[in-house]
Write a protein that binds this ligand. Structure first.
Ligand SMILES: [Fe+2]
Length: 291
């Protein structure tokens, strides 16, 4: 199904100063289930795989690493060849996380650590009464947003789905999902990880759970222009934003040209022009765990 070297978004690994609080959010608010645990790392999943989210107990909140699934062993080798050709620093010659067959990790632009691997173990979905279908995408804010876009294209074969303004934002895909990675020009912070669900009613139920826990949505539900998804957002314990979405555009034409939006054109909410002022101020930085 995938034309590129990356077949699927794999997972996000988040360092958290409050592991219990982060696990409460992931299991009780979002609806993920714990699948594995070792050495201060807790693995969680919504799908029938070993993990889609990892929390790493730490003295600092931040992004530990971003996991991507290579299409197969040959794709993994080709990515490694490209990474070495550009002299990116290798963090690990083996996968950082449990539950995958083969892989490595390196430091990409602006300090973001990418873990690339093949063949994640399957896991029983269990009998959860609520929760998303699967992990979908991430959104982060590089300072050099064009540089990050070109890096993702060059090393991993990501393609452009939508382009906003003059080097303001890029939505990029590795499979039919409109975006696996969205980049918005900013201060080099991670903004959100996003989870697919079946129905807008699930977004309302998320709002109900947040309300019952004395928490709140920070934005949404909205209908995005870029990607067409209906989305709602809250801030998790680590400081990262979490998105629950449904009805994301699926792109089956591999050569669909990118849709281009003016920066001030309303690409963020087809239902209203107004935006919350502080939405983009949330987030957490990348944390280089070698130090
Ligand atoms: Fe998103």
């Amino acid at each position: 199904m995938s034309w590129g070297l990356i077949s699927e978004m794999g997972h996000v690994a988040i360092q958290t100063t409050d592991l219990a609080g982060s696990l409460f959010d992931a299991t009780q608010l979002l609806g993920l289930r714990e699948t594995d645990r070792a050495d201060g790392q807790v693995y969680l999943s919504a799908n029938a795989v070993h993990h889609e989210l990892v929390y790493v107990e730490s003295s600092r909140n931040g992004i530990h690493s971003l996991g991507l699934i290579a299409r197969d062993g040959d794709a993994l080798k080709e990515i490694r060849r490209r990474v070495d050709a550009e002299n990116f620093a290798i963090v690990s010659e083996r996968p950082l996380s449990l539950g995958v067959e083969d892989g490595f990790a390196f430091v990409g632009p602006e300090g973001w650590i990418f873990e690339v691997y093949t063949n994640m173990l399957k896991a029983d979905r269990g009998l959860l009464s609520f929760g998303p279908d699967r992990y979908g995408h991430i959104n982060f804010h590089p300072q050099d947003v064009r540089g990050m876009m070109e890096f993702l294209r060059r090393i991993f074969d990501f393609r452009l789905s939508d382009v906003i303004g003059d080097d303001f934002a890029y939505f990029m895909r590795c499979n039919p999902d409109h975006h696996g990675i969205a980049l918005i020009k900013g201060k080099n912070t991670f903004h959100h990880h996003a989870w697919q669900t079946q129905s807008i009613a699930d977004l309302a139920k998320l709002g109900d759970r947040l309300g019952a826990a004395g928490r709140e949505l920070i934005w949404g539900p909205v209908r995005h222009g870029a990607g067409h998804n209906i989305a709602a957002y809250y801030v998790e314990n680590s400081g990262a934003v979490v998105e629950l979405y449904t009805d994301l555009e699926q792109i089956y034409d591999d050569n669909r040209p990118p849709i281009v939006w003016g920066e001030d054109e309303n690409w963020w909410n087809m239902w209203a022009n107004r935006r919350t002022d502080d939405f983009r101020t949330f987030g957490i930085p990348p944390v280089d765990h070698r130090f």
